[in-house]
Design a protein around this ligand. Structure first.
Ligand SMILES: [Fe+2]
Ligand SMILES: [Fe+2]
Length: 286
C-alpha cells in the first residue's frame, strides 16, 4: 500500500525490492487493505491519451532509443503498481499463501526491470519523466478491479504475454544498430516475463478449477468482455509454450481468427471493461 502511494519512481522500485526481501524472510504478514484507484505517480512524465502519443522514432538514433527505453520504463513502473495492487486488492480473498509469494516476487522483478531501464536511460543522459507517456496502462487494472480472474486474464495473460511476442524483435533491432547493452536488458526482462506469464496462467487455471470452471472458456469470456479489441498475431508460440500457455487459449481471440467459417468477433462490452491493447503505443513487456 505504501508503495502504491509512493510517487517517486526510484523510491517505488527500491521499496518494492525491500518489501519483497522482508516478505521472503517472513518478516511481513499479509494485511488487508483497499488500494487506491490510481497509484501515486511523479509530476513528470505528463500522461497523454494513447492517440496523442508521438510515433516512436527509429532505433538507429540515440533519441529513438531513449524514446523506446522511456516507453518501456513507463510500462515497468505500471507493472510494479499492478503487482502490488493485485496483492493488496485480493488480500482478503482467502487465497493460498503461495499466491502472494508469487506476486510479491513478480512485483520485485518489475522493480528491477524499471531500474535497469532507468539506468540505461541515464547512460544516454536521459531520465524517466523526460518524455510524455501513455496514459492507458492503468485502465487494465481499473477495468478488472473487482474480478480476479479477469485481472489475471488481462494483465499477465494478455498484456505480459504480448510483451513476449514483441520483445525479441525489439532486442534484435537494437543489436542491429549496435546497442548490445540495451538489447541485453530487454532479453533479461524477456526471460523474467516468461515466468510472469507462467505464474499468471498457473493461478488462473488453479482458481478456475477450484470453482469448477473450464479455464480456456473462462479466459475467452473474460478477455472478450474486459479487453478492447482482438489479440494481435503473430504470437511468439515458443515463448508462450515455455510459460505453459497453450495456443487454444489465445488463438481463438486473435484478430482475423476464424471459427466455423466466420471471423470471431468480440461481443459488445460491458461498461467498465474498455481498455485498449497496450502494445500499440508502446509495446508491453511488463
Ligand atoms: Fe512482468
Ligand atoms: Fe517487467
Amino acid at each position: 500500500m505504501a508503495i502504491l502511494a509512493t510517487a517517486d519512481p526510484g523510491a517505488k522500485a527500491a521499496a518494492s525490492r525491500s518489501l519483497a526481501k522482508a516478505w521472503n524472510e517472513g518478516a511481513m504478514a499479509l494485511g488487508q487493505a483497499v488500494p487506491p484507484s490510481r497509484p501515486a505517480r511523479p509530476e513528470r512524465p505528463s500522461l497523454r491519451p494513447p492517440k496523442e502519443m508521438p510515433k516512436r522514432r527509429a532505433f538507429g538514433s540515440p533519441a529513438g532509443r531513449v524514446a523506446l527505453l522511456h516507453a518501456l520504463a513507463h510500462i515497468e513502473l505500471n507493472a510494479i503498481d499492478l503487482g502490488w495492487d493485485l496483492v493488496a486488492r485480493f488480500s482478503g480473498a482467502g487465497l493460498p499463501g503461495g499466491f502472494f509469494d508469487d506476486w510479491v516476487a513478480v512485483a520485485a522483478e518489475e522493480a528491477c526491470h524499471f531500474e535497469l531501464l532507468a539506468g540505461r536511460l541515464a547512460d544516454f543522459g536521459a531520465r524517466y519523466g523526460d518524455l510524455a507517456a501513455h496514459d492507458g496502462l492503468w485502465e487494465a487494472a481499473a477495468a478488472t478491479a473487482d474480478d480476479l480472474l479477469a485481472r489475471l486474464a488481462v494483465v499477465p495473460l494478455v498484456l505480459e504475454a504480448r510483451g513476449l511476442d514483441v520483445t525479441p524483435e525489439m532486442a534484435a533491432r537494437l543489436e542491429r544498430v549496435g546497442d548490445a547493452e540495451s538489447a541485453a536488458i530487454l532479453r533479461c526482462i524477456y526471460r523474467d516475463e516468461i515466468r510472469h506469464v507462467s505464474v499468471g496462467l498457473r493461478w488462473f487455471d488453479r482458481l478456475c478449477r477450484a470453482r469448477g470452471l473450464v479455464p480456456a472458456a473462462v479466459f475467452h469470456e473474460r478477455v472478450r468482455r474486459c479487453f478492447k479489441g482482438d489479440l494481435k498475431p503473430p504470437f511468439n508460440r515458443e515463448a508462450r509454450a515455455a510459460a505453459g500457455f497453450p495456443a487454444h487459449y489465445y488463438e481463438p481471440l486473435a484478430a482475423g481468427a476464424v471459427k466455423f467459417g466466420r471471423p470471431v468477433t468480440a461481443p459488445p462490452r460491458t461498461r467498465g471493461c474498455g481498455e485498449h491493447q497496450t502494445d500499440e503505443k508502446p509495446p508491453s513487456p511488463v
